[in-house]
Every structure is written in structure tokens, then in C-alpha cells.
Design a protein around this ligand. Structure first.
Ligand code: HEC
Length: 222
């Protein structure tokens, strides 16, 4: 009785193992034939006959009037920019340097200073542009001051007429902190319309670009 059960178990096991071996063998031979180098088991290689990535030999496309990235422009308090220009002896064309809010040395020209006098809403929304009062016609401009152009700013205030090139110097003779312009931009004057909220240091502008030291071409000495 015991022997019979054992026989059954052995027989079943033998049949099962033989079945598995035959089955695996069948699959192997079916897929690979009678060789051990089974090509069909290798991963499928997906290749396109044409290269899809061409080497970048073309020059980069130049976009006209491309706005400079914010990271390469300089941000500065409006009065610091004017101050740097005055301290550099107020050049009309030549570039002058200033330090921006991040301590970066930057370079700008008068062309970037002038808009500060021309732009409304600079100090706060609704604030008047300087030129809406101090404009070309000195006979009606308060303090006979024309802030609309380089010539006007240099001519100064209290001018007799448009022809007179010499008024009161508003640029402090190149010493910014001593200038009338500095005084009227940074100190509020309760009784003067347009100057009741003169704290200009809160007005920031983007101007100029980072100053890059010209690369020296001298060969280093050994
Ligand atoms: C609402 C009109 C108005 C606006 C806007 C205005 N001002 Fe004036 N400004 C005046 C008046 C008024 C005086 C004093 C005139 C006087 O004393 O006879 C004056 C005086 C000045 C003076 C002194 C001149 C001197 O010889 O005493 C300077 C400098 C000046 N303004 C610069 C500016 C600047 C820079 C801005 C722009 C941020 C500006 N003003 C905006 C009306 C204005």
C-alpha cells in the first residue's frame, strides 16, 4: 500500500520533470534552432538610416532689437544713476560707470539718464514727469528750468530766456551731493508743487549694461 503511493509520487514527478524539459527544449529550439548562439534573444536594435541630428555648424541666428536678458542689465536707484553721471562730469556721449543695486559695476550713457526726467509714474503711480513742469519753454517753466534735453539740463535754472545758456548750475559743478538737482530729488519740499514727495531713491530703473574689463592682450612674462 505504502509502496504504491510512493510509486505514484515518483511517477508523477518523473512525468512532470520530463514535461518541463521537453517544453523548455521545444521553446529553445523553436526560437534558436540547434545552435547556442541565439540571435533571436538579442534585444531589437532600433536604428534610423538617416542621422536626425545635424552638427551645429551654422552661426547662431541674430535677432534684431532682441531685448537683453534681465540678468545682464543693471538695476539702479534713479538718483544714483543721475549722480554717477554728474560725478563723471556729465558727459553727453561718453559712457560713465556706476554701481548697481547688486554691487555690479555697470556702464551707461546720458541717453539712459534723460528718460528719468521724461517719464511719468517713476516715483509712484501717478507721479508727474519732471518735464511736465520743467519743459522746453523756460519762460513758463518753474524755476526757468528745462529738463527735456542735455542742453537744457546743462544750462541750468533761472534762465532769462531760451537763448541764455547760463543759468544757475543745477549739477553742483560736478559734485553731486552739493547740487540743486540732488537736493530737489532727495529732499521733499512741502511748499513746492511737484516736489512734495521728492524721495527719488525709491525709484529704480534698469539702465546700462555690466561693465566688462577689456581683456589685456599682453602675453604674460614667464
Ligand atoms: C508740478 C510741477 C513740477 C514737477 C513735476 C517738478 N518740478 Fe521741479 N520745481 C517746480 C517748482 C514750482 C519749483 C520751484 C520754482 C521756484 O522756486 O521758483 C521747482 C524747482 C526745481 C529745482 C530747483 C531749481 C532752482 O534753481 O531753484 C530743481 C533742480 C527741480 N525743480 C528739479 C525737478 C526734477 C528733477 C523733477 C522731476 C523729478 C521736477 N523738478 C519735477 C515744479 C515742478
Amino acid at each position: 500500500m505504502n509502496d504504491d503511493v510512493q510509486k505514484y509520487i515518483y511517477r508523477t514527478l518523473t512525468i512532470f520533470i520530463t514535461g518541463v524539459v521537453i517544453w523548455v527544449g521545444f521553446i529553445f529550439i523553436n526560437a534558436c534552432g540547434f545552435s547556442l548562439v541565439c540571435k533571436q534573444a538579442a534585444p531589437v536594435v532600433e536604428r534610423t538610416p538617416i542621422p536626425t541630428l545635424f552638427p551645429a555648424t551654422m552661426p547662431a541666428l541674430q535677432i534684431k532689437n532682441k531685448p537683453a536678458a534681465i540678468s545682464d542689465t543693471c538695476r539702479v536707484a534713479a538718483d544714483d544713476l543721475i549722480g554717477a553721471w554728474v560725478s563723471a562730469n556729465s558727459p553727453e556721449e561718453a559712457a560713465f560707470q556706476f554701481v548697481d543695486v547688486n554691487g555690479k559695476t555697470c556702464q551707461a550713457t546720458f541717453a539712459e539718464v534723460l528718460p528719468i526726467f521724461n517719464e511719468p509714474n517713476l516715483r509712484h503711480s501717478g507721479s508727474l514727469a519732471c518735464v511736465s513742469c520743467h519743459s522746453v519753454d523756460v519762460t513758463i517753466s518753474p524755476a526757468q528750468l528745462d529738463l527735456s534735453s542735455y542742453a537744457g539740463i546743462l544750462a541750468g535754472s533761472r534762465r532769462e530766456n531760451a537763448e541764455s545758456k547760463k543759468g544757475t548750475d543745477i549739477l553742483g559743478g560736478g559734485i553731486w551731493e552739493k547740487s540743486l538737482l540732488y537736493e530737489f530729488l532727495t529732499i521733499s519740499k512741502a511748499d513746492i508743487p511737484g516736489h512734495t514727495d521728492a524721495v527719488f531713491a525709491d525709484a529704480f530703473v534698469f539702465a546700462g549694461k555690466p561693465f566688462v574689463e577689456p581683456v589685456s592682450t599682453a602675453t604674460p612674462k614667464p
